[in-house]
Design a protein around this ligand. Structure first.
Ligand SMILES: *Cc1c(COP(=O)(O)O)cnc(C)c1O
Length: 390
């Protein structure tokens, strides 16, 4: 009965994005024609090397850095791991300290790396967040110790879209000569991040959150920052991340970034208007309680995260899926498990409310008509499921 028109509305862009057809064209060209090894000295190799360096330039220009500071990785996860382990193991080896500061709302690529280090005898401080999801820069200031090596705080949260005050926190670290890393996977290409203006030392990036292919990402490393590599081999990527480069993936990533840069001023505000419209329609037409998780001001335009305290998040998700609407009940990695989101718990939500959450992340294909249909279906199911719950 539901979704008779067989509509499909994708509102899970924070989990991954559909690949842009222009990116596919670029990748196809590289796969079929520019298949050389960028390390080879002959014509095919030189041609491939040009493709590699063009992509690097595009990513560097988005961050306002020199292309030599960009190292390609297999994605955001590897970039995060390289930043945390690379810097901490290097510091340990040189007797520079074993203290890492991070936050309670990081992606698991940071959170689990920190947990591993803790087991290995490193000291970890996890800064709490307030009820809107923000880390307080003053708390960072007081958490810094004599042996603090690195601070890793994400730019935009993947579940609630909160934009952290990373500029202020990076400056606090710079004053104390402590390295500052940010996981910018959710913000890159969507809101500006300029490492020529902010004293950020390391930045993690991923391609598949910005309409590029999966399995490719990059890390920005400020010149002079030292880290131990995690891979050993032929010396590619200045030995920071060796191995023959994923050239089609990298070329696709570069193309995806170039497309984002052409719309960075307009797209976030377009999505913000649609997001606010969705929120307003839901608030006006729902009978029970709805909570907006996170802040509405300092937030990525594309993100909406709601809790319906009387409803199981999974039931809402399944009902929407039958209507052709793809959303999420938290991060893609934690949904599917029965555990409530650690990010929502860090905001102070109780387990039940955290489990009743729905994340809607808008993207390039989202239209006003999608928003109206989605709001109508959310309210329909919320009102129906709430009636069942009592
Ligand atoms: C998706 C994501 C990652 C992981 O990136 P992959 O390229 O999927 O490995 C890391 N951090 C954040 C905030 C993310 O949203």
């Amino acid at each position: 009965m539901s979704n008779p028109e067989k509509r499909f509305i994708y509102l899970d862009h924070s989990a991954t994005t559909p690949i842009d057809p222009r990116v596919v064209r670029k990748m196809t060209e590289v796969l079929t024609e520019k298949w050389g090894n960028p390390s080879s000295l002959h014509q095919k190799g030189r041609e491939a090397k040009i493709v590699l360096e063009e992509a690097r330039e595009k990513i560097a220009s988005m961050l306002a850095c020199n292309s030599e500071s960009i190292t390609f990785t297999s994605g955001g996860t590897e970039a995060d791991n390289l930043a945390v382990f690379g810097v901490m193991f290097h510091a340990e080896k040189h007797g520079k300290g074993k203290h890492l500061i991070t936050s309670a709302v990081e992606h698991s690529a940071i959170a689990k790396s920190a947990a591993y280090l803790e087991k290995e005898g490193f000291q970890i401080t996890r800064l709490p967040v307030d009820s809107k999801g923000f880390v307080d820069p003053d708390e960072l200031r007081s958490a810094i110790k004599i042996d603090t090596v690195l601070v890793s705080i994400m730019h935009v949260n993947n579940e609630i879209g909160t934009i952290q005050p990373i500029g202020e926190m990076a400056r606090i670290c710079a004053e104390r000569e402590i390295l500052f890393h940010t996981d910018a996977v959710q913000s890159f290409g969507k809101i500006p991040l300029d490492v020529s203006e902010l004293p950020i030392d390391l930045v993690s990036l991923s391609s598949h959150k910005i309409y590029g292919p999966k399995g490719v990402g990059a890390i920005y490393i400020r010149p002079g920052v030292e880290l131990l590599p995690r891979t050993y081999g032929g010396g590619q990527e200045k030995d920071i991340r060796t191995g023959t480069e994923n050239l089609p993936g990298i070329a696709g990533f570069g193309e995806a970034v170039a497309i984002c840069s052409s719309e960075i001023v307009t797209e976030n505000s377009r999505l913000e208007i649609l997001r606010n419209q969705l929120l307003k329609l839901v608030m006006e037409n729902i009978e029970g309680e709805v909570i907006v998780n996170g802040d509405l001001e300092n937030r990525l335009g594309a993100n909406l995260n709601l809790s319906f305290p009387a409803i199981e998040g999974e039931s809402m998700l399944r009902s929407l899926d039958l209507d052709g609407i793809a959303a999420s009940s938290g991060s893609a990695c934690s949904s599917g498990s029965a555990k409530p989101s650690s990010v929502l718990l860090a905001l102070g939500l109780d387990e039940r409310t955290a489990q009743s959450s729905l994340r809607l992340s808008l993207g390039r294909s989202t239209t006003e008509s999608d928003i109206k249909y989605t709001a109508e279906r959310i309210c329909y199911h919320a009102n129906r499921l709430m009636a069942l719950a009592f």
